[in-house]
Write a protein that binds this ligand. Structure first.
Ligand code: SF4
Ligand code: SF4
Ligand code: FES
Length: 537
């Protein structure tokens, strides 16, 4: 194989015998990763400064008088690096032995077990036995406030947590106290981390089980969790996250890196607001009103009856959508409304204070506390109701024509909501009292149970994937409304979320400019009005 040629911007470096070309200034640790060599590291994190203090990342560089910390060393043209030489291995093994002098043998009861960087590194390249005969240091644990609990004996003093609070949260609430082997992390004030909504990121940053989430404490073992890429539904920022589940229950949310949206971080409001995904009192079968009661029915019969009813319906259409629904469901509802002659639609959204992350100001807990406000607006739904996300449904409640409700929007609605509608269709997850007036009750999945997309405040369209099994006969709203649309128009029924997404261009040209494939795992931004004019759409 020909060796890569260096360019003015690139240099050639050889790592464990493999020569590669990387941009000038590349961190050695990153160059090693590109060569497929993973280097142990504690203090280095791509979202923080690099103090080079943990000494875990030492590698041997030819012609260098001593070992180099690969987290701060950068590549130079012609550099030859050995990560597995005797010197490098011995140095890292020695550093690990020092870490084990005081580290408790807590693994069986430690929340980090299974995803702990001390376990991983020791099993990969640690000493077979520690030689220390001294008693271990015992410091105990401390409630740091907020969701964070500190197990001081497990700390490897990487200072990631201190640097996050200083550099990213820019709210200096943690520090190191004492010196040498007595050094310990501590809070400045009694309230500790309470009140800072970004504090739980230090739990993600901690490479060991020193900082743990009280919410997750002893709830599940890391190796029992299934991890699904998703998008936080709790504000219009749309942080990229993983939904971590066990036995079909969401156990925790973790941030998933996206440099355009949330970097490596997420807020505690979004992180801890997931219990609603595990609610069990769900609608499990399509229900059709027969006199004063609802009768369960198959999907085929229900949607055939509904299509017939829609064809003969009079009085104009109106709709209420939830901004927790995906683009595909909301867009499909807009198409159904157009197929029956058009109609007004509204959405409501709870609002709160915007809280910016100072060290990465692109990220903020946004005022709108739902993921798809922008999607709802793009598909022609108007905001109504108060900042508490309630009220504003008077016109819909009294509507005498066709009435659609998409999503759980009726918890605060009066019991006679929709009682005068000639045809009332409720597509939702839970049966609120007002939904009992519906002629058709159609069980829909939550975003956590299906594939789809949200549009965030940056107009970035981002995909989510199913992390939970749907209850009973519940189906994604894009499928329910897509099949209904096919029954009352010439449109084809979508077989997949990608089909449903492709249909969105029929109502908003911007969506027609994006393909499902280009959304990838990190989304793509909708073209603006000017770009659409340039392409003639
Ligand atoms: S608590 Fe965790 S993140 Fe903080 S210094 Fe200790 S090991 Fe590092
Ligand atoms: S900023 Fe918004 S999207 Fe991000 S984690 Fe918080 S609530 Fe979720
Ligand atoms: S990661 Fe390089 S010294 Fe800590």
């Amino acid at each position: 194989m020909a060796e890569p040629t260096p360019t003015p911007e690139n240099v050639s470096v050889t790592i464990d015998g493999m020569t590669l070309s990387v941009p000038k200034g590349t961190r050695l640790l990153d160059a090693c990763a590109q060569a497929g060599v993973s280097i142990s590291h504690y203090c280095y994190h791509p979202g923080l400064s690099a103090p080079a203090q943990c000494r875990m990342c030492l590698v041997e560089v030819e012609k260098s008088p001593k070992l180099v910390a690969s987290c701060v060393g950068t590549v130079a043209d012609g550099m030859v690096v050995h990560t597995q030489s005797e010197n490098a291995l011995k140095a890292r093994e020695g550093v690990l032995e020092f870490y084990l002098v005081n580290h408790p043998l807590d693994c069986p009861v430690c929340d980090q077990a299974g995803e702990c960087k001390l376990q991983d590194y020791v099993s990969a390249e640690g000493p077979p036995m520690g030689r220390s005969k001294e008693p271990k240091r015992v410091l105990g644990r401390d409630d740091f406030g907020g969701d964070v609990m500190f197990y001081a004996d497990r700390c490897v003093m990487c200072t990631r947590c201190v640097r996050f609070m200083r550099e990213v949260a820019q709210d200096e609430r943690l520090t190191t106290v004492q010196r040498g082997s007595r050094t310990v992390i501590d809070t400045f004030y009694d309230e500790g981390l309470t009140g800072n909504i970004w504090a739980d990121n230090i739990v993600d940053l901690c490479p060991v089980g020193a900082l743990v989430s009280k919410d997750f404490l002893h709830k599940a073992r890391a190796w029992d969790l299934d991890r699904t890429p998703s998008v936080c539904p709790n504000c219009s920022m749309g942080c990229n996250v993983r939904l971590e589940t066990r036995d079909n229950q969401v156990m925790r949310l973790k941030p998933r890196p996206n440099p355009e949206v949330n970097a490596h971080w997420m807020c505690d409001f979004g992180r801890l607001n997931y219990s609603w995904m595990n609610r069990v009192d769900r609608i499990e079968a399509p229900l059709v009103r027969d006199g004063g009661r609802h009768v369960p029915m198959s999907w085929a019969d229900t949607l055939t009856r509904l299509a017939d009813a829609l064809r003969g319906a009079a009085g104009g259409a109106r709709a209420v959508v939830s901004p927790f629904e995906g683009n595909e469901g909301i867009g499909a509802l807009r198409r159904v409304l157009e197929a029956v002659g058009g109609g007004d639609g509204v959405f409501r959204c709870e609002q709160g204070e915007e809280v910016i992350l100072p060290g990465f100001p692109e990220l903020a807990l946004r005022r709108d506390r739902a993921a798809n406000v922008v999607g709802a607006e793009l598909f022609g739904f108007a905001r109504t109701g108060g900042a508490d996300g309630k009220g504003g449904l008077e016109q819909a409640a009294a509507h005498t024509g066709v009435l659609f409700v998409l999503g759980d929007e009726l918890a605060d609605a009066p019991a006679d909501f929709g009682a005068n509608a000639s045809l009332f269709v409720y597509v939702g997850q839970h049966l609120a009292p007002a939904a009992r007036n519906a002629h058709f009750v159609l069980p829909a999945t939550t975003f956590a149970e299906m594939e789809g997309t949200f549009t965030n405040i940056q107009r970035r369209v981002q995909r989510f994937w199913p992390a939970q099994r749907a209850p009973g006969m519940a189906r994604p709203s894009w499928q329910i409304l897509g099949v209904l649309l096919a029954g009352i128009s010439e449109a084809g029924a979508p077989g997949t979320a990608a089909d449903a997404f492709a249909g969105l261009g029929a109502v908003r040209a911007e969506f027609g400019q994006l393909s499902w494939a280009e959304l990838g795992a990190q989304g793509a931004v909708l073209p603006g009005v000017r770009e659409l004019q340039e392409t003639g759409d």
